[in-house]
Design a binder for this molecule. Structure first.
Ligand code: ZN
Length: 500
């Protein structure tokens, strides 16, 4: 019997997974705001819900997985205030906001592909769904749970709280929210209550991303895009809504309120949230200056070619993926070089065992070694399945794969023997859990970057030699060839550095 249990953040307990329209499953996950390079904090939700997506597909569900791209760049700290992040970047770099969004969407795809994260079935952009968002705002206004103030539209949290529970998901208490005074923030005086949130904001003159609406030329509030796009592609209520724990409040709490009023129903049956990645126990974030982009992880250095203060070396995409899967998605995960190096070693052990498995053949008759009982090996697969059915417990799956590696190595060393059925069962175990469900590949470890470092050093030495010999034709040719590969070379007083 195969019963999947998953932890529902809303009920705060594990529940049996029963899709609303089995075998179809609708899953919506909040995607990135595309105004900067993806970092480790982006990798965790992407990999967590990739694991869920892969496992549901393995269970033969027909999954429609929707993940949005937030290309209206919602605002520093608070969804309602401050300068739009994408517009700010566009202004600083003299680009169209859509150029910024496109560039970082492409970057996001590139790095998620490297992490072997499957693309969702639908990747919906907020800017491509403005009419749908206006429609939801209008429904909430018509129902009397929102008000227009100075061309902006706000959700009336206090009125909502009279009939519904605002705070049911996050556990926040409304009185505490109301007591929070933020008088110094722009827009507060337009609100009836500090806890009210924007559904539509009137654009100030310098705000470049703007659309027509019945209320003003402006732009949608942050939470409304997920309500509009989730409903459009998955229906008024769907199976799984996921995201990082940092989105519990106000984002997901507000999504529940919006859907409840606009559609008269809870938006989703199961809320799933992955925990955060910390550095020395502290949240990783741009504002804290302790974040590491995925590109920096893969290259082992900063974009300008200099050493990253937080990285001892480069780590491959598969090491990062394995590191994340080694923790249960609801546990915090603390970054350190030691932990990543341990993950790298562990992954290599599994990769080596998987390779060894291809070379093992069943022994010829007459060996006097005790064969491994078939039951012991078939149990590993049962344990893996039980673990996945228990709220996607990937660390237990990995522990069982290590046990399989131990059996394989012991056969390789001639200490035990495996019969043909054993070998087939182990191959199938790796195929299903290592490859299909955990999404791990046999890609090489971080050695590639060491190789590139070595080659680059050699090229720069030759260039230096050419310069010393006043052979500028050769040194220029080397520089031009590197430029064509998007590698920049900088000559400083401490020597030559490079980056890409
Ligand atoms: Zn969202």
């Amino acid at each position: 019997m195969n019963t999947l249990h998953l932890y529902n953040t809303l009920s705060r307990k594990k529940e049996i997974f029963e899709p609303i329209h089995a075998p179809n499953v609708g899953m919506y996950v909040c995607g990135p705001t595309v105004y900067g390079d993806p970092h480790l904090g982006h990798a965790r939700p992407a990999i967590t819900f990739d694991l869920v997506f892969r496992y549901l597909k393995y269970l033969k569900y027909k999954v429609r997985y929707v993940r949005n791209i937030t290309d209206v760049g919602h605002l520093e700290n608070d969804a309602d205030e401050g300068e739009d992040k994408i517009a700010k970047k566009a202004r600083l770099e003299q680009l169209e906001p859509m150029e910024v969004a496109q560039y970082y969407t492409d970057r996001y795809h590139k790095f998620m592909d490297e992490l072997n994260v499957l693309r969702p079935s639908i990747e919906s952009r907020a800017t491509g769904h403005i009419p749908e968002q206006i429609e939801v705002v209008q429904k909430i206004l018509d129902a009397g749970y929102a008000y227009v103030s100075e061309g902006s539209v706000y959700f009336d949290v206090q009125k909502y709280s009279k009939n519904y529970h605002y705070g049911k998901l996050s556990g926040r208490i409304l009185d505490d929210l109301l007591a929070t005074t933020r008088d110094n923030l722009d827009g507060q005086d337009e609100k009836r209550n500090p806890a009210d949130f924007a559904l539509w904001k009137k654009a100030s003159p310098e705000h470049i991303m703007r659309w027509n609406s019945p209320w003003s030329i402006g732009f949608p509030g942050w939470h409304i895009e997920c309500t509009a796009m989730g409903c459009k592609y998955l229906g008024e209520t769907f199976d799984i809504h996921g995201g990082g724990m940092d989105l519990l409040f106000p984002h997901h709490e507000s999504e529940i309120a919006q859907a409840q009023i606009a559609h008269g129903i809870e938006p989703t049956k199961y809320w799933m949230h992955n925990n955060m990645i910390t550095i020395n126990g502290q949240k990783m974030g741009k504002s804290l200056g302790n974040f590491i982009t995925l590109e920096e992880f893969f290259n082992g250095k900063q974009k300008n070619g200099e050493k990253h203060p937080l990285l001892d070396k480069a780590y491959s995409p598969m090491t990062i993926r394995f590191f994340i899967l080694q923790a249960h998605y609801r546990s915090t995960l603390d970054f350190s070089n030691e932990a990543l190096q341990a993950a790298e070693k562990g992954l290599k052990r599994l990769q080596d065992a998987k390779k060894t498995l291809q070379t093992l053949s069943a022994p010829t008759a007459g060996t006097n070694l005790q064969p491994v009982p078939t039951l012991e090996i078939s149990l590993l697969s049962t344990f893996c399945k039980t673990a996945m059915n228990d709220d996607f417990n990937s660390p237990i799956v990995i522990a069982n794969l290590f046990e399989a590696a131990r059996i394989i190595n012991s056969a390789k060393d001639g200490k035990t023997q495996l019969i043909k059925d054993n070998i087939e069962a182990l191959k199938s175990l790796f195929d299903v859990y290592y490859t299909q469900i955990l999404g791990l590949t046999d890609e090489a470890d971080g050695n590639n970057s060491e190789l590139i470092d070595g080659l680059m050093q050699m090229i720069l030495d030759i260039r230096q030699q050419a310069k010393t010999n006043k052979d500028y034709a050769t040194s220029d040719r080397i520089r031009d060839a590197l430029t064509a590969l998007n590698i920049t070379v900088k000559d400083g007083k401490d020597g030559t550095s490079w980056g890409y």
